[in-house]
Design a binder for this molecule. Structure first.
Ligand code: SF4
Ligand code: SF4
Ligand code: SF4
Length: 250
């Protein structure tokens, strides 16, 4: 029987999710032994005509990205969006709130190369996505589990409860008690054991929202600690701004 053919590729991003895959090191060996790797941008060269599973990190920020993801979708059975850039737009979304010409001039001066850019958006804004693995970067344990499930034909489902659940199970003192607006209240869990509040840092929402965030509970918590909705929305802009931009366009 022919082996499944894998692709691990990147659109516009820092390629940190691909690096997380390489960081799996020996855990990758049984997966790679069971598959042919047709393309792995971080690890090798090459491209083939058909992929069983394609993992794609990065968001769409240029016309070339749109072309590339459509071509890949056409020759792939299962397309997996990898990381915050690919699933919710990620940090690239910040550019949607600024004048790209001003930013380009500020960073590159007159050395800036022009390219046909579009508002940053996740893969699902352009093509059908079969599975999303969240995070900035992805949790390597979740990547390994999802990949094993896909290869064995078993369903994989990311947690649909907020980061507060594993945070409480880890016995962390809630950061809201220190006046820190932590987005774990409405953010999808699955980053454990690497979740930020365990290291004393607030959750900044890199895994996107749970399907049905309990916004009333969040409002109650905000009121208790004297924070406004605007205070919290500001926190959301880093990873969640894409929803506003895409809905404004359509
Ligand atoms: S999700 Fe984060 S780590 Fe992954 S490619 Fe995007 S910016 Fe890099
Ligand atoms: S709001 Fe943040 S710190 Fe508080 S319980 Fe939830 S995840 Fe933990
Ligand atoms: S705690 Fe929040 S910001 Fe940190 S990794 Fe988890 S989802 Fe991302």
């Amino acid at each position: 029987m022919a082996k499944p053919v894998l692709c691990i590729d990147s659109l516009s991003c820092c390629e940190g999710c691909g690096l997380q895959i390489l960081n799996c090191e020996t855990e990758l060996l049984p997966i790679f032994a069971a598959c042919d790797v047709g393309r792995f941008r971080e690890g090798s060269d090459g491209d083939v005509d058909h992929y069983t599973i394609a993992f794609v990190e990065g968001s769409i920020v240029t016309a070339h990205d749109i072309e590339k993801i459509q071509e890949l979708r056409a020759k792939t059975d299962i397309l997996v969006a990898l990381g915050a850039c690919a699933t919710i737009g990620g940090v690239n979304v910040l550019k949607n709130f600024q004048d790209p010409d001003d930013v380009g001039k500020y960073v590159y001066g007159d050395k800036r190369a022009w390219f046909p850019h579009v508002p940053a958006r996740p893969l699902k804004a352009e093509v059908k996505v079969d599975l999303e693995i969240q995070g900035c970067p992805i949790n390597p344990l979740e990547f390994l589990e999802a990949t094993r499930c896909l290869l064995m034909g078993k369903p994989f489902k990311a947690p649909n409860y907020p980061v507060c659940v594993p945070c409480k199970l880890a016995d962390n003192v809630c950061l809201w008690h220190k006046g820190i607006p932590c987005l774990g209240v409405v953010t999808r869990a699955g980053c454990e054991p690497y979740m930020c509040p365990s290291a004393g840092h607030k959750c900044i929402g890199c895994r996107g929202l749970v399907d049905k965030p309990n916004t009333n509970a969040a409002k109650d918590v905000m009121a208790e600690f004297g924070l406004t909705v605007e205070d919290v929305l500001r926190e959301f802009r880093l990873f969640q701004g894409i929803y506003k931009e895409v809905s404004q366009e359509s």
